[in-house]
Design a protein around this ligand. Structure first.
Ligand SMILES: NC(=O)c1ccc[n+]([C@@H]2O[C@H](COP(=O)([O-])OP(=O)(O)OC[C@H]3O[C@@H](n4cnc5c(N)ncnc54)[C@H](O)[C@@H]3O)[C@@H](O)[C@H]2O)c1
Ligand SMILES: O=P(O)(O)OC[C@@H](O)[C@@H](O)[C@H](O)[C@H](O)CO
Length: 379
């Protein structure tokens, strides 16, 4: 069995690639980073360190790499004979990986081997997004022929993998916890047997629970910490005023999740307590710049701050802490982060209200916009 994985970054090497190898897949990493691909092909192995004293590091072996810029024919060839394709490239990059995937699918010709393509990104419906990008690149006939043989199941992936030091290009430190949930209703053929994957019939509760707790809490910690000049999540979460706002945001989103998806309060409390310990893991150091990256994406209509806030308001709850998190996101000013630079430019040229309307997709007269503008003025 062969898996082609796009994105040999933190989550690609530290989570998806490692689990695929443990499940017996021959793994081909595809990335645009020539240095990483060179190292993967030279060493054919890398080390995964687990951020917990009692767990020994392990080596992921039997892997190779392709550069999607310079090895295009080889990438297409590998896709043509793959049993599984996964991505962990960032949701904005899906439109670029769609081109080699579409060409590889066409190259499968009449192959009857079932194929599944799973986008492991932090977004609701990422595989469906990728499917639409791929479909747009194919003729109607090609798509009709392929769609019976290719599945694009959505997924929720959870494992904190910080940016790695530059001392070793390949070794990666991960937290011990992980969760990978896949929508089994969109699987083509038999469900791939992947160590650690849970197949579910209804993914939405799982992805929303993950995005609106782990990622909401994480983003709040990063933005509030950044505002206070803090460097890491671990530093920020130990600051009592920040911790208390993050706790309040989590109690807002867990109330929503109980209401919308019927999770029990006890279950959500246990889940949230676990997250709390994960953020405070003393063996991890995760920079606020990584966790807050791409603030425009994170302020999106269906993303971790605005979606729970607007759903809570619709239900008559006051999302006070979430609004404070949105306001903190507006202050995220990191010169290396292209979205942060764009956001700051929009704020200085157009002001808070217009920027909020533009980046969140909310209407100008939305109650949530009023709350954000008011909170920003009081801040
Ligand atoms: N790191 C985490 O804790 C974590 C956890 C869960 C989900 N995720 C999600 O996983 C995805 C990747 O995150 P990450 O932290 O691993 O980021 P990362 O930056 O470490 O890795 C992304 C990789 O994609 C590569 N890439 C960029 N454009 C490409 C292209 N056109 N073709 C092939 N490769 C390309 C980059 O070179 C990089 O190696 C994101 O959607 C993120 O939200 C991350
Ligand atoms: O990857 P992003 O930019 O959507 O979010 C940053 C972090 O919150 C995220 O990478 C978490 O570490 C991860 O989602 C944990 O599973």
């Amino acid at each position: 069995m062969k898996a082609v994985h796009f994105g040999a970054g933190n989550i690609g090497r530290g989570f998806i690639g490692a689990l695929l190898r443990q499940s017996g897949y021959d793994v081909v990493f595809v990335d645009v980073d020539a240095r990483i691909i060179h190292e993967l092909n030279t060493r054919r192995a890398y080390e995964v360190k687990v951020a917990e004293q009692t767990v020994e590091p392990f080596t992921v072996e039997g892997i190779r790499g392709l550069n999607s810029r310079t090895d295009e024919p080889e990438v297409i060839e590998e896709i043509a004979s793959a049993d599984l394709i996964t991505t962990a490239v960032g949701v904005a990059v899906l439109k670029f990986v769609a081109a080699p995937i579409a060409a590889g699918l066409v190259a499968r010709k009449d192959s009857q081997t079932p194929l599944n393509i799973i986008a492991c990104e932090n977004a609701i419906g990422a595989s469906t997004m990728l499917q639409e990008y791929v479909r747009a690149l194919l003729t109607k006939e090609e798509w009709l022929r392929l769609k019976e043989r290719v599945g694009f199941p959505n997924a929720a992936v959870d494992r904190i993998v910080p940016n790695q030091g530059e001392r070793d290009l390949l070794s990666v430190t991960v937290e011990p916890y992980y969760e990978w949930v896949v929508d089994e209703t969109a699987i083509n053929g038999p469900a791939p047997s992947i160590h650690g994957v849970t197949y579910v019939k209804d993914l939405l509760p799982y992805i929303e629970r993950k995005l609106f707790t782990v990622n909401t809490g994480h983003a709040m910690t990063a933005y509030l910490g950044f505002k206070q000049g803090m460097k890491t999540i671990q530093e920020a979460i130990h600051d009592e005023p920040i911790a208390s706002r993050v706790r309040q945001a989590l109690s807002e989103t867990t109330a929503l999740l109980a209401d919308v998806h019927g999770f029990s309060e006890a279950e959500l409390r246990t889940y949230a307590e676990k997250i709390w310990l994960r953020f405070r893991n003393p063996h991890l150091s995760d920079r606020v710049e990584r966790v807050g990256r791409n603030p425009i994406r994170k302020l999106g209509y269906n993303d971790r701050l605005v979606k729970p806030a607007r759903l809570l308001l619709d239900r008559g709850y006051e999302p006070q802490a979430l609004v404070q998190g949105i306001v903190a996101a507006l202050a995220f000013d990191v010169s290396e982060d292209e979205e942060s630079v764009r956001l700051q430019k929009m704020l200085s040229e157009n002001g808070v209200e217009s920027t909020i309307v533009e980046v969140t997709g909310l209407k100008r007269d939305d109650e949530l916009v009023k709350r954000i503008v008011k909170s920003e003025m009081e801040d």
